[in-house]
Design a protein around this ligand. Structure first.
Ligand SMILES: Cc1cc2nc3c(=O)[nH]c(=O)nc-3n(C[C@H](O)[C@H](O)[C@H](O)COP(=O)(O)O)c2cc1C
Length: 156
């Protein structure tokens, strides 16, 4: 499979955009823009995220027992960019509250799910991190979308 074609074909799958947050063993906050988020099970309530081995967050989640998934609202494109930019100090100027499990819950997100880490599976150059949802909050804010390499919004 040609990599360019693979990426191009996958980009036709429109998704929401999340920022996955967690705290490392030194107490430092981390966050990463993630579109590979999926619900997994209703009973028990499980979700998963797929994280590239080469990211900083991969190491953080490898040693973490908790994380949060922040589903970005349509007016949070700046956060999607900030949390995927390697040069940015991501939490500077970012408004957030500390969730029950310690992970940052971004202010204004369309939804936030606090998870405890229950499983890790290898999948090629990514790891699938499975979380049990401990708390879930949502607002009526419309979601930010990602499609064919660009940000988009619902038209309805
Ligand atoms: C819209 C969008 C979606 C992304 N989805 C993922 C993803 O699902 N998994 C992943 O590992 N990286 C994803 N990335 C790339 C990471 O956000 C990016 O590599 C980030 O800089 C990694 O941060 P870290 O190395 O500080 O953890 C995505 C980037 C963008 C812009």
């Amino acid at each position: 499979m040609d990599e360019y074609r693979f990426r191009s074909v996958l980009s036709r799958f429109a998704s929401g955009v999340t920022v996955v947050t967690a705290v490392d063993v030194k107490g430092v906050d981390h966050g990463i823009t993630v579109s590979a988020f999926c619900s997994l099970s209703l009973e028990p309530p499980l979700v998963l995220v797929c994280i590239d081995h080469q990211t900083v967050m991969h190491g953080v989640l490898g040693g973490s027992s908790a994380f949060a998934i922040n589903v970005l609202a349509v007016d949070q494109e700046d956060l999607a960019r900030k949390f995927s930019d390697p040069d940015d100090n991501r939490f500077d100027g970012t408004s957030f509250a500390r969730g029950d499990n310690g992970a940052p819950a971004l202010t204004g997100a369309a939804a936030t799910l606090e998870c405890s880490m229950i499983e890790r599976y290898e999948g090629g150059d990514h790891t699938i991190f499975v979380g049990r949802v401990e708390t879930a909050e949502s607002s009526d804010a419309p979601p930010l979308l990602y499609y064919r390499g660009g940000y988009a919004r619902l038209e309805r």
